[in-house]
Design a protein around this ligand. Sequence first.
Ligand SMILES: [Zn+2]
Length: 330
Amino acid sequence: MAGGSELLIEEGQGEVRLVRVQGNGCVVLKQGSGFRLTPEQAAFIRIDGQAYRGDVEVFVNPLGTAVVVNELPIEEYLKGVVPLELGPKLFPYAEALSTQAIAARTFAVVHLGTRAGRGFDLYGDTRSQVYGGVAAEDPLSDQAINKTRGLVSTYRGEPIVSLYSSTCGGVTEAFDLIFRGEPIDYLKGGVTCFDQDSQYYSWKETIDLDEIQESLNRYAGVGRLVRLLPIAYGRSERTVEMEFVGSAGTKMLKGNDIRFALGLRSNLITDMDAVEGSDGYLRQIRVEGRGWGHGVGLCQMGAVDLARKGRTYDEILRHYYPGTAIAKWY
Ligand SMILES: [Zn+2]
């Protein structure tokens, strides 16, 4: 395929998807079929106008979904991830960017092979890590990636679950209380963090419940809300269990589902007032809170603060993932 060619993906009916390669007419793919595109030397393949390093595979996976996979070495993938997860223009701190590079590399390594049935390893968005291809790349994050080439965070010799989020709001939280898995030794939470400079350190929101009824239905499914009762708190004082009482029943939500249901930036709620309508249903909630994201593991704004204070990437990683080491994985 010549450099500069365009690949345009169109959704079709049922299990068949249309894929058009500009200049080469139209290819119709059926389930189980596909093709691979390899760019000529030093050229990039463009998908919907965006340039990507490496090869592109297009196929219909066993689930009947049309999949476009950008296949490339981890180090090249990271060039399109690190600057979107921690912006080098806003945060030009080498040690913070190196910290982000190692966390993102570890995340990628851990997920290799985990979605074999779907035909790829990682999503290109927040379901895995945000990936923007060539357009996202920045010399400062490239430097951080090159300097830490092959390095991952490990615990007892294995790459860790390197969760990270924007702003923990002062203290990190335990993995099992937010993600509801088994407890993880290096993700117990309670790590002190100085992220007051983050614009999301503290926030105030007035939420009209009419506007979030869809997410309430998806996560709670109790109809119109009558009452919200915080039940349990984590080490960072995040609300980790909350009872949702509604017109159609009562449901206990745990961990991340609480903030997803209410459309909040984080579970670290410091104050909440509910406004009741004349019909007895809640009309509005006024919430004050701290942080943005799940607050488990590495805090990106805290890493920026530590880097600014002269701490190195290994010190920062071991601060947020206590008991871990850094190892050369390849
Ligand atoms: Zn923090």
